[in-house]
Design a protein. Structure first.
Length: 82
């Protein structure tokens, strides 16, 4: 059973990897972004999208961990008050 799960995980990871590669290859047009007065140099559009994806994948779990940590700290404080 463990081998089947491992194989399924590898297949899903490969599908995601090849999907990202195809996305990058299809979005090579140069694009410049302007945000709050900041201008970026002209880079492939896929770079901005993949960068946003990676930033979200990094920040999302961090925010979840901080929310969990605040919740558990609040529960510990309440337990000590009782």
């Amino acid at each position: 059973m463990r081998a089947i799960k491992r194989t399924a995980v590898v297949v899903v990871c490969l599908l995601i990897f090849f999907g990202v590669i195809i996305f990058i290859l299809e979005n090579q047009q140069a694009t410049s972004l302007t945000f709050l007065g900041w201008n970026t140099p002209q880079l492939p559009a896929a770079l901005f999208f993949v960068g946003a994806l990676l930033l979200g994948l990094a920040i999302g779990p961090l925010i979840g961990f901080l929310a969990y940590w605040r919740k558990s700290a609040g529960l510990k404080r309440r337990m000590h008050l009782n």
